[in-house]
Design a protein. Structure first.
Length: 307
């Protein structure tokens, strides 16, 4: 909120921390050869870097954080569409129904946010249309990032089928290889580093260290991002895809609620309705309802009938 354009320095810090950690503990200081050919990682990294940067810039284009979260929750739509087109997949009626709900939810939230931007009383008549055009550009950026992210997921799926699952290795290369690309963003990163230096001083609890508060926020963001992304990569190898999708969906929902309440973002009844469509559709897609049957049976002490 204090520096809406600081996405690049945040992403760079996250990538640098995860790359250094992976270089030491996964790549063994460069002595361990990758199980998946490095050229495949370069393709994956180009997609990953593009998605991260485009999503960051979308926040500079009149895109509110709740809408940003909801829009990115529509990854199911993009994944299904590209899966049908590229992998020739076919899905059940319930899957198509869930995608329709997610689409309707995103459309509702997007449409209502468009009305808010267009009728923003803080804008004069000259700035209003310009702000709305920037918002449309932000929506286009989010759409592009959504499709690119889905394409990356399909590419990863084909790689894992061919070479096996190597989550820690993929985590390292996905964050290490893009680091030179941040040279293109160096002026912006340096500018925000200077702005961070000028923020108010903050004394870190327990440690007693005093530093600008924005650097403390950045440190906490890097640590929590590492825990999050590492957890997701571990889940993909240790748990069924249903569990992974459910956990990530609930995490998005909690993040959305926290953002609305803590940061007092504008959120109308229509936004709540759209949000409900998105997350009900997502849960329907994961078929979590079917998995609750055996769970209820165990909780009530009933055993399945013996044949």
């Amino acid at each position: 909120r204090q520096f809406p354009g600081c996405g690049n320095i945040v992403t760079f810090s996250q990538f640098l921390f995860i790359a250094v950690e992976g270089f030491i503990f996964e790549a063994n200081f460069g002595r361990k050869r990758p199980a998946i050919p490095i050229r495949n990682y370069f393709i994956m990294v180009a997609m990953f870097f593009t998605v991260s940067v485009v999503n960051n810039y979308a926040l500079n284009l009149n895109i509110a954080m709740p809408l940003h979260m909801i829009f990115r929750s529509g990854s199911l739509i993009a994944s299904m569409a590209l899966g049908i087109i590229i992998l020739k997949k076919r899905y059940s009626v319930s899957k198509y129904t869930s995608i329709a709900l997610v689409s309707l939810g995103i459309f509702t939230c997007t449409f209502m946010s468009a009305k808010q931007v267009a009728s923003d009383s803080s804008l004069n008549q000259e700035d209003g249309p310009q702000a709305f055009l920037w918002w449309l550009l932000g929506i286009a950026a989010l759409t592009f990032a959504l499709l690119m992210s889905a394409r990356m997921g399909i590419f990863q799926e084909t790689l894992y089928q061919k070479f096996g699952k190597h989550s820690k290795e993929a985590l390292f290369y996905n964050h290490a290889l893009p680091l030179p690309g941040f040279l293109l963003l160096a002026p912006n990163i340096y500018q925000h580093a200077l702005l961070f230096n000028q923020s108010e001083l903050f004394q870190v609890p327990v440690v007693g260290l005093t530093l600008p508060i924005m650097w403390f926020y950045l440190l906490m963001n890097v640590i929590t991002q590492y825990v999050c992304i590492r957890g997701v990569f571990i889940l993909t190898t240790e748990c069924p895809s249903l569990t992974v999708t459910l956990v990530v969906t609930l995490r998005k929902f909690l993040s959305l609620i926290f953002s609305i309440l803590y940061f007092q973002n504008p959120f109308t009844g229509w936004h709540w309705l759209g949000t409900a469509f998105v997350f009900v559709g997502t849960l329907m897609y994961t078929e979590v309802w079917n998995s609750l049957g055996p769970l209820r049976a165990r909780c009530t002490g009933r055993r399945p009938k013996e044949e």
